[in-house]
Design a protein around this ligand. Structure first.
Ligand code: PA5
Length: 440
């Protein structure tokens, strides 16, 4: 179950955004807004292809039986959702405790990171899930070329073939071409679902299932939330969140900080940052999405949040049921002065840290919204993912942008291609080089 607390905004602010929320909702439900070609995710939890789901489960079972490592190659929406769910439900220490390890590549160009992965693959059976909707993104394409060679050296071309899973467009792109030519098993990213909304497609589901997570429960939770979000009105939690965010922006709060209290949720926050950043940050508009992990960041960013520039609001994401019961013991001499906590669980202490922070930051001029789920399990997490997606669609439409495109991502790509002498970009390459300051 999910609840949202928007006490930090006034009833007047809330009501002033209701007509815009209704329009946004209608556009999402009827596919009539900007970018509506990419709103397939709205009904995705009830339209998942059963055969594809069965193939995902079979591939995940094979990976679990023949691989000590699954290497997931993708960037942006083609990896953040899977990593968010795996870390949230299996823990950030999952790879130290369980098999198969799930490692991520293709999301950076760091040679030392690649070397570390190569070292971890040494002597370990592995498979690759390469994920790219366009099939042409440079970072994952480069990673796939590097690690596919390693796989082929280890198992031969034929052996490697049965260890490569390609998740891509049904027809377009270089990755689809390679997969067809080589006979890799492929999974389809629906045409009408953009990268950052694709966690509940094979993009997220295959790695998540390979990590041993119940994807039926994840989809069920998303389907529950889809039904809740389908109902228009003040009780719709996604409307409440979308309205509250825009009300905060109206007050000059241009930065949202997603606050989590569990290191396992750090990548959930990374996923949220991409979802909202890429959806809303355009046409010189948007709320800058950022994130902190408390209580750790109360000792680094807490000072700024309490007393720095007053352009911030927070959205805390909490789980209402402790995942484990760890308690502080009583000590006879109480040398550390902590006996006042004896018998209390870490959850009790964390909750008071949250409540104290809620009040302190509010008093300091950083108001808080609060989203709670009942349990840290697949069903509630599925609901949370859908809640954020639907909220993002509503919020982006209220803001007046197309929440489903990302034209700004192209600028760096064009420059990089030109500077790397990609055929067709030669002229621009020379011009760009001339513009760069000495030493850059
Ligand atoms: O949300 C998006 O569309 C992007 O972040 C993409 O997921 C990202 O750029 C990767 O693209 P692709 O899957 O085509 O390699």
């Amino acid at each position: 179950m999910l609840t949202i607390n928007t006490a930090a905004i006034t009833a007047k602010e809330f009501e002033s955004f209701l007509p815009a929320a209704q329009r946004a909702h209608d556009n999402l439900q009827n596919g009539t807004g900007r970018g509506s070609d990419f709103t397939g995710w709205v009904k995705l939890p009830e339209s998942v292809d059963k055969d594809e789901l069965a193939r995902i489960k079979a591939a995940a079972a094979k990976i679990r039986s023949d691989s000590e490592v699954l290497l997931v190659i993708g960037i942006g929406g083609s990896y953040l959702g899977a990593r968010a769910v795996i870390e949230a439900l299996r823990g950030t220490m999952y790879n130290l405790k369980d098999k198969p390890m799930v490692l991520f590549a293709g999301n950076n160009l760091s040679a030392s990171y690649y070397k570390d992965i190569m070292a971890l693959l040494e002597g370990r059976d592995f498979s690759i899930n390469v994920i790219s909707k366009s099939g042409t993104t440079t970072e994952p394409a480069v990673a796939f070329r590097i690690f596919r060679r390693l796989l082929e050296q280890r198992y031969g071309k034929e052996g490697a073939k049965s260890r490569i899973y390609a998740t891509t467009d049904k027809a377009r792109g270089a990755l689809k071409g390679v997969a067809d030519a080589m006979g890799y098993e492929t999974f389809v990213i629906p045409d009408d679902v953009g990268g950052r909304y694709s966690v509940l497609t094979p993009v997220g589901l295959l790695p998540i299932a390979a990590a041993g997570i119940d994807i039926d429960a994840l989809l069920l939770g998303a389907a529950d939330m889809m039904k809740i979000c389908r109902a228009p009105g003040e009780g719709n939690p996604a409307w409440r969140y979308a309205i509250a965010r825009n009300a905060m922006l109206g007050r000059g709060k241009t930065t949202e900080i997603l606050v989590t209290y569990d290191p396992d949720f750090v990548f959930l926050a990374e996923w949220y940052k991409q979802l909202f950043g890429e959806s809303e940050g355009k046409e010189q508009k948007g709320i800058y999405p950022s994130a902190v992990s408390f209580t750790a960041d109360l000792h680094s960013m807490g000072q700024f949040i309490q007393e720095g520039a007053r352009s911030l609001f927070e959205t805390a994401v909490l789980v209402d049921t402790p995942a484990a019961d760890v308690r502080v013991g009583m000590e006879e001499n109480d040398a550390d002065g902590l006996n006042f906590l004896a018998g209390k669980s870490l959850f009790d202490i964390e909750r008071q840290a949250f409540r104290g922070t809620y009040l302190a930051h509010g008093d300091g001029g950083t108001p808080n919204l609060v989203v709670k789920i009942t349990d840290k399990n697949a069903r509630d997490l599925g609901g949370l993912l859908y809640f954020f997606e639907y909220s993002c669609g509503v919020s982006g439409y209220i803001l007046g942008v197309n929440p489903f495109d990302q034209p700004g991502v192209e600028a760096y790509k064009k420059n990089m291609f030109a500077l790397l002498d990609k055929p067709g970009f030669e002229k621009e390459g020379a011009q760009l080089t001339a513009r760069l300051p000495e030493g850059i």
